[in-house]
Write a protein that binds this ligand. Structure first.
Ligand code: ZN
Length: 439
């Protein structure tokens, strides 16, 4: 008996606060790495949309089992013919020089150069993305088709880089809630010109922060972390022991700009965020797959390491390492679409809203069914069709499951109803004095 037509769970303000794809294009050419000015410039640009706190952690600082690495400064890199023709230029695409390459200047034989050239024979027009964070080596990444044409006996190579004590840079933002608990969203900021892998997560996270900062006052605080991969999360964890007990939910975002189906990797411990994301995906009608936790991937593997075991899942569209554009120059601004970025933004906004609204209620007098007509509840349910879309059936589920042991999300899952409907029904019953919140 539907009193109103059911509707999918929707965010209150579905429009992103700024154009996501424009920000992707703006950030795309910046030469990011684990450390260095590319990360700083990126955070400065994001800081135009949300007020970020930038942290600088000196090279050599011990963090858990690691040390903050030296800072890599990159000024230029090229391969030229001995006649002086430029064949490969880092200025044209910052994927051309392997990340953390040591400096090199000189003439090398083609044979010696071959040991420093990375190509993708299966994708002959693509430039691979390679790093050598701890290898003390140098390299160039170029299309295989170009390498095939480079048949001179020797070439002039130059990499104007520096590995020296400096700092690791990361960005952080915290918007407090009414209570002490918080939701953390974490993204990577270390990849250079790759759009889906890193940039899509950055712009969606920045938009979520801007949305929350624009006057929303939630129960849960929202913390957003813009971190270089692995060492960034390890550094943040080492410096924020006091924050960890307040983390109620955590989400790593990556590769959320391609138009493919969603993939959500569950938390290690089976946290409520897993059911929240699954619920929003299912009731939003999004094609998706839910994946089990594995100790490989993005920074969920740091947050979910056994000494922390924090409630973090990872939301993706294309899954890292499995799509042909991954870690190649084909992961460019055309690979991510405005529509997919906005859809991912709305999805995560819905998840955050759900987590914020989820609470546990108990019937004040749980003996038998309350008389709904006398309390005007039929009318209340029918009257709120625009706001919540709850039905009489939703109300009956709420009144039955409000035993203090079921949260609103538990009820929505058991009733197989959209969370917003269950919440609307619970609001009506609470206003009628039938329910109270369990602390
Ligand atoms: Zn990557």
């Amino acid at each position: 008996m539907n009193l109103v037509a059911p509707d999918a769970f929707r965010a209150i303000d579905p429009e992103p606060p700024f154009d996501l794809h424009t920000l992707v294009r703006k950030l795309y050419p910046l030469p990011r790495s684990l450390t260095g000015d590319g990360v700083r410039e990126t955070l400065r640009e994001i800081g135009r949309h949300v007020r970020l706190r930038i942290h600088e952690v000196p090279s050599g600082t011990p963090v858990l089992d690691w040390r903050v690495p030296p800072e890599w400064t990159m000024r230029g890199g090229s391969i030229r013919s001995l006649d002086g023709d430029t064949i490969v230029d880092w200025a044209g695409n910052n994927l051309h020089v392997m990340g953390y390459s040591t400096p090199v200047h000189g003439t090398v034989t083609r044979e010696d150069l071959a040991g420093h050239i990375h190509t993708l024979p299966e994708q002959p027009d693509a430039i691979p993305y390679r790093t050598a964070y701890h290898a003390q080596s140098w390299g160039f990444c170029i299309p295989d088709r170009l390498w095939a044409t480079m048949t001179d006996d020797a070439y002039r190579v130059d990499i104007d880089s520096e590995l020296a004590p400096g700092s690791l840079t990361y960005g952080e933002l915290f918007i407090p809630g009414h209570g002490a608990e918080e939701v953390v969203v974490s993204v990577h900021v270390c990849h250079p010109s790759l759009a889906n892998d890193n940039l899509s997560g950055m712009v969606v996270a920045a938009a979520l922060a801007a949305r929350q900062a624009a006057g929303r006052r939630n129960r849960l605080g929202l913390r957003i972390l813009f971190l270089p991969a692995t060492i960034g999360a390890i550094t943040w964890l080492a410096r924020n022991e006091d924050v960890l007990p307040r983390i109620r939910h955590g989400l790593v975002l990556t590769c959320v700009g391609d138009p493919g189906p969603f993939h959500y990797k569950n938390s290690r411990r089976g946290a409520p965020i897993d059911r929240a994301v699954g619920h929003v995906l299912r009731h939003g009608g999004h094609p998706h797959a839910l994946l089990p936790f594995t100790p490989y991937g993005y920074d969920e593997r740091q947050f979910c390491s056994p000494g922390y075991d924090l409630p973090f899942g990872c939301l993706m569209r294309a899954v890292h390492g499995t799509f042909p554009e991954y870690h190649t120059s084909l992961d460019d601004c055309d690979f991510v679409t405005p529509a997919a970025l906005e859809q991912s933004y709305r999805l995560v906004a819905d998840v955050i809203d759900l987590l914020d609204a989820d609470r546990t209620l108990v019937r004040i007098d749980g003996r038998g069914e309350p008389q709904l007509g006398r309390r005007g509840l039929y009318r209340a349910i029918a009257g709120q069709s625009e706001a919540g879309g709850a039905t009489q059936m939703d109300l009956l589920w709420v009144l039955n499951l409000a035993d203090g042991r079921h949260s609103l999300l538990d009820m929505a899952e058991q009733a197989e109803r959209p969370f917003a409907h269950i919440k609307a029904a619970a609001d009506v019953a609470e206003q009628a004095g039938l329910l109270r919140e369990v602390a």
